[in-house]
Write a protein that binds this ligand. Structure first.
Ligand code: SAM
Length: 343
């Protein structure tokens, strides 16, 4: 992957220093409906905007000054508009779905990054009361934060799924096992694209239940079957001829991933295919930006392990787990890459 990495400038340094504040400006602008108002009424005045989002003049001035300084909002008091990137990614696109997740999960947890480094574990999990040593287990009884997490995952899936479909790697698949398939966003998109495809989706119990509701809402209960299953400790369903693992392997150490791939291999028929679809770091491991920042969240909050592993790791795991004919489709949207292996 050859996408250029960013350059650190003097202002970039300031942005890092006050990054939490910059994020909250974006989050507040979205939450108060400021960007959606500007989208519907480009050119409106500052006074009209303050009235529309019902914020008093002093706090509104603090917000607007920050948003204009960050260039998220352009223009002056007599005519304001969204920056085209805000319009494209936040208002029209699905990236607003990341904001509650970052606000309620990433930012509280990442405040324990230094302690997580010292203790080599996800100290930030202390912000999420409950049982279990991963965020996924802790959120089983917190529907609000679980929704924030899955909204964020939906936004990732939405930006990446066309890349997966475009590889053609699923074209011959008849029955797919979607391993840790979340609330079914990708399974639903795949079922809609491939009208003859059957999918069995496995995930933890409350997530499988949420998947069930989503699948029903899309009228796909005949073709997508959610199964509550801990993929590490429960048996995996048999029957599928292929297995897809998306956005799961970056959460765990290499040995755990190899074990999971071995387990998946046992339920596949001869010539069955496994597909591993994830965002990845470039080979020099200095970008793309999201892939070098996010592992701090895996360490501090999600699981205490994991990384956006480079491509070479995936080929090695597949081979160690006993798969042959290892294939790779790189340079896919959202910094994604697909690896395939055949039993
Ligand atoms: C990062 S999400 C990826 C979800 C989905 N594949 C996607 O791409 O949107 C990781 C998923 O792994 C699930 N998960 C975590 N630990 C699990 C376990 N032990 N067994 C089954 N699923 C698990 C979580 O509930 C979550 O849905």
């Amino acid at each position: 992957m050859t996408r250029p990495t960013w350059d650190l400038t003097d202002e970039g340094m300031t942005l890092i220093m006050y990054g939490a504040v910059a994020f909250e400006m974006l989050h507040a602008g979205q939450g108060l409906g400021l960007f959606s108002h500007l989208s519907k009424h480009p050119g409106c005045t500052a006074r009209e905007l303050a009235a529309a989002i019902t914020v008093d003049s002093y706090p509104f001035d603090v917000l607007l000054t920050g948003l204009r300084g960050l260039k998220l909002v352009l223009g002056n008091d007599s005519g304001l508009r969204n920056h085209p990137l805000v319009e494209q990614r936040i208002v029209q696109g699905s990236e607003a779905l990341h904001l509650s997740f970052v606000h309620t999960i990433v930012n509280p947890g990442i405040s324990d990054f230094a302690d997580s480094l010292r203790r080599s574990t996800n100290v930030g999990l202390r912000h999420f009361p409950g049982r279990g040593d991963t965020l996924y287990r802790r959120l089983e009884n917190d529907q609000g934060k679980l929704r924030d997490l899955h909204d964020h995952l939906h936004a990732i899936s939405d930006s990446a799924i066309t890349g997966l479909i475009g590889t053609g790697a699923l074209d011959d698949c008849r029955h797919l096992l979607d391993v840790a398939g979340g609330t079914g966003r990708e399974a639903i998109a795949l079922a809609k694209h491939y009208p003859d495809l059957k999918i069995t989706l496995v995930d933890l119990p409350p997530v499988a239940e949420a998947a069930s509701r989503n699948i029903a809402a899309h009228g796909l209960t005949e073709r997508i079957t959610p199964v509550a299953c801990d993929v590490f400790t429960d048996p995996l369903p048999t029957g599928p001829d292929s297995a897809l693992i998306t956005h799961m392997l970056p959460l765990w150490p290499a040995e755990t991933n190899i074990e999971l791939l071995r387990k998946v291999r046992t339920i596949l028929p001869e010539n069955g295919t496994v597909l591993l679809f994830d965002a990845m770091q470039n080979d020099s491991r200095d970008g793309p930006l999201a892939t070098v920042l996010f592992p701090a969240y895996f360490l501090s909050v999600a699981t205490g392990h994991g990384n956006f592993y480079p491509q070479s790791a995936y080929a090695e795991w597949l081979s160690k787990a006993g798969f042959d004919h290892i294939g790779r489709f790189g340079e896919l949207p959202g910094d994604h890459c697909l690896h395939t292996g055949v039993k």
